[in-house]
Design a protein around this ligand. Structure first.
Ligand SMILES: Cc1ncc(COP(=O)(O)O)c(C=O)c1O
Length: 414
């Protein structure tokens, strides 16, 4: 009998780590084991340098100057837009609006798309949404009488697709769903979600805050969504820069949400003529260096062996879940196939906060709490979980250190 073929990834996380200065740190006298990547990822030298380089050598305000520095900054800023468009698979850079992050991008859609809604119009969300894809829609419920409907999550952590489809009615205007859950790791079938929404005459927004980091084949045109949002700081980029993709002529059709400089063509005492999109949605001075840093982060990510990184992160998750399966009283949330590299769990008799605090003593950084997902916590009847979330630079040593610290914390607490 021939031995099964093992596909080895060539991806080397140890070489990658050398690019991250912070990973050389010690925490409480122990090597840092950073497993809070779903909250925010650490930054490689290439990104740190790109941001510093703007401050040091080519900083000026964008879009308004006629001098050399202003032109250089504008070129780099608009270059980041072109990179973002290519990264997402958008047709044109003009379909990309820079925002502070996913939260601001969703608030933009809620304000501009929401301005056209009437009382009784419906928006479909899911139980696994992050609060940033919930609260802006609650504003519309409170202020306009829009009805929020909730697609349920199964015990395993999948989106119940039949129930999702059954929620649509002629009054449904939008579905707003995460592409990948920040707690369960579940990767939702984005294309199918979009097909269903469109078949019912509704638009769809996908929250790609986690998916943009982990899924190598992201393509908003293949997905066919109307809106896609993501945030730069989880993608190894600076915080303060993220993006909204709006397909086709959405940005032409929607009214701007914030007013100020940069978003106008002309202002008089009696009226305003708006600038063309995307500038119509970018009032005021943007986060210039951070947006350019986001462009550098995208370059950095795209230069990785992304399928190799995905396979590596999955291998880390498998090792983590195998280790967790030996622990008495452990409940793992999110058991779908091909989930992203996130392990959220509770342990009977030990509070998640206590576990995380003790693990910190061993240099292990994990998240504990509700992860900005109260409806999901309510769905599972828990107040919070511990969450270990992985990035390209994590290693099997990190997994083993995490499991060891967890066992010590359990021994201490139970
Ligand atoms: C799924 C998801 N959506 C939205 C956000 C919000 O991102 P930001 O705070 O960068 O706007 C997060 C951050 O944790 C997230 O995980």
């Amino acid at each position: 009998m021939t031995a099964p073929v093992r596909i080895e990834t060539m991806f080397d996380p140890y070489a990658l780590r050398a690019q991250f200065p912070i990973l050389k740190r010690e925490i409480n006298g122990k090597p840092l084991v950073y497993l809070d990547n779903a909250a925010s990822a650490q930054k490689p030298e290439a990104v740190i340098e790109a941001v510093a380089d703007v401050w040091r050598h080519s900083y000026a305000n964008v879009h308004r100057g006629l001098h050399t520095l202003a032109n250089e900054a504008t070129e780099a800023f608009e270059g980041a837009r072109a990179k973002t468009a290519r990264f997402l698979g958008a047709g044109r850079p003009e379909e990309i609006v820079f925002t502070r992050g996913a939260t601001e991008a969703i608030n933009l859609v809620a304000a501009s798309f929401g301005a056209e809604l009437k009382p009784g119009d419906e928006i479909i969300l899911s139980q696994m949404e992050h609060h940033s894809n919930i609260v802006p829609w609650h504003f519309l419920r409170e202020r306009l009488g829009v009805v929020l409907k909730w697609a349920p999550v199964t015990e395993d952590g999948a989106l119940d697709m039949d129930a999702y489809e059954a929620l649509f009615t002629p009054r449904t205007r939008l579905a707003a769903i995460s592409h990948m859950s920040n707690v369960l790791g579940t990767v939702n079938p984005a294309r199918r979600l979009a097909e269903i929404a469109h078949a019912h005459g509704a638009a769809i927004l996908l929250d790609g805050s986690q998916a943009a980091v982990h899924l190598p084949d992201l393509d908003v045109r293949v997905i066919g969504c109307d809106f896609y949002v993501f945030t730069g700081h989880k993608l190894y980029g600076p915080n303060g820069a993220g993006a909204l993709y709006a397909a086709g002529d959405w940005l032409e059709r929607l009214a701007p949400w914030q007013g100020g400089g940069e978003m106008i063509a002309e202002v008089s005492e009696t009226g305003v003529v708006y600038a063309d999109p995307p500038h119509k949605f970018e009032a005021g001075t943007p986060a210039i260096a951070d947006v350019i840093g986001l462009g550098a982060a995208i370059d950095w990510v795209q230069a990785l062996d992304r399928p190799g990184v995905l396979a590596h992160e999955r291998a880390l998750l498998d090792r983590t879940e195998a280790g967790l399966s030996d622990i008495k009283g452990l409940r793992l949330f999110g058991r779908t196939q091909d989930k992203g590299a996130i392990a959220a769990f509770t342990i009977e008799g030990a509070h998640p906060h206590d576990l995380a605090q003790i693990m910190d003593k061993y240099g292990v950084a994990v998240r504990a709490g509700h992860h900005c997902a109260h409806p999901l916590m309510q769905r599972y009847g828990v107040s919070g979980t511990v969450r270990a979330s992985f990035a390209a630079y994590n290693t099997v040593d990190d997994v083993d250190a995490f499991l060891e610290a967890l066992r010590k914390a359990i021994t201490f607490l139970i």
